[in-house]
Design a protein around this ligand. Structure first.
Ligand code: AVI
Length: 322
């Protein structure tokens, strides 16, 4: 499976219909069936994800924001002055703002995002608050080598910012490859500031992906609605359900779409069969102990220079250097 296979994308990253059809047909032919998680992020999926972040069970966002609030000064001191901040994925305004507010003399902010709307929105939001900070938005896929714009003045270091534990949506091999790409982009003196969700009590993790309000279930099944709309497939949404289970050996939430009965679906010219209770994998959300993550970063040629963890040890923000 390619690096981008399970990576969050959004609507703008939509491949042409013929390519999308091929990706989906391949996923339905696989044994067991699996579809890439970036298919979640059409317009509705992105809205639902924002709602997930506000659910009481989804501790990740709140824990990360609280960490940034509590340790903003220390994080800024660790990064040092005259930083060029390069954010992978369109920034959550709150997290990025917190960071920028505390950095000493940031050289520029470079949000990297393949979805042009999200990219423009993140720049708009931050430009209001930081009118004199140069913004250099880069419309690109961050899993591929980037051509970073020339900064307005020489930075002391380039810091890649990758919040949200999005690294958890990549399988190990792909996560290592992505960390290696970051290592190349940041250069000799650079660093990576990354949000990493931690291993913890399985019930707590499972609850985060099975919120009582059913938002995550709706988010998961929205993938099928998207395929029906974009490919003209005929998934019967009421004959599938969401299942998110924590696999303690692999240390990850495995989200599946379950067929509640025997059924067939037409996708283009393909007629795919589902058995009753057949599970189709749609997302991994990997959780790490600090040691696991350090070992993985090491394989990418990066060392953990500093880790900030909340008192409940739910989430971590980590600073990686060469
Ligand atoms: C984007 N990513 C870090 C989320 C996660 O927690 O894996 C996506 C998500 N899927 C279901 N809930 C949230």
């Amino acid at each position: 499976m390619s690096l981008q296979a399970l990576e969050p994308r959004d609507d703008d990253r939509r491949p042409p219909a013929s390519e999308l059809l091929e990706i989906v047909q391949r996923g339905l032919r696989a044994q067991p069936k699996r579809l890439p998680s970036w298919l979640f992020y059409d317009e509705r999926g992105s809205e639902l994800f924002e709602q997930i972040c506000e659910q009481p069970e989804y501790y990740l966002t709140r824990a990360e924001i609280a960490l940034l609030e509590t340790h903003a000064g220390d994080i800024a001191r660790t990064l040092g002055p005259d930083v060029r901040l390069v954010e992978y994925g369109s920034g959550n305004a709150v997290k990025t703002r917190q960071l920028l507010e505390h950095l000493a003399f940031p050289v520029c902010y470079v949000p990297v995002e393949i979805a042009s709307e999200a990219l423009a929105a993140s720049v708009r939001r931050l430009a209001e608050r930081f009118p004199s900070l140069p913004m250099q938005p880069l419309h690109a896929d961050f899993t591929r080598p980037l051509r970073l714009p020339i900064p307005p003045r020489a930075p002391r270091r380039t810091v890649i910012y990758f919040p949200g534990s999005t690294i958890g949506n990549f399988e190990q091999r792909e996560a290592i490859q992505l960390l290696r790409t970051m290592r190349d982009e940041m250069g000799e003196a650079g660093g990576v500031l990354i949000g990493v969700d931690l291993k913890k009590d399985a019930a707590r993790i499972e609850a985060a992906y099975n919120d009582a309000a059913g938002i995550t279930a709706e988010f998961t099944l929205n993938m099928l609605a998207r395929l029906n709309r974009e490919l003209g497939s005929d998934f019967h949404l009421d004959a599938y359900r969401h299942r998110a289970h924590y696999n303690p050996l692999a240390g990850r939430i495995e989200t599946h779409i379950i067929s509640t009965r025997e059924q067939k679906v037409r996708v283009g010219r393909m007629l795919a069969s589902f058995g009753e209770d057949e599970a189709m994998l749609v997302e991994y959300s990997c959780k790490y102990s600090p040691e696991d993550f350090a070992a993985m970063a090491h394989k990418a040629g990066l060392e953990v220079a500093k880790v900030w963890v909340d008192p409940e040890q739910l989430f971590s923000v980590q600073y990686l250097v060469r």
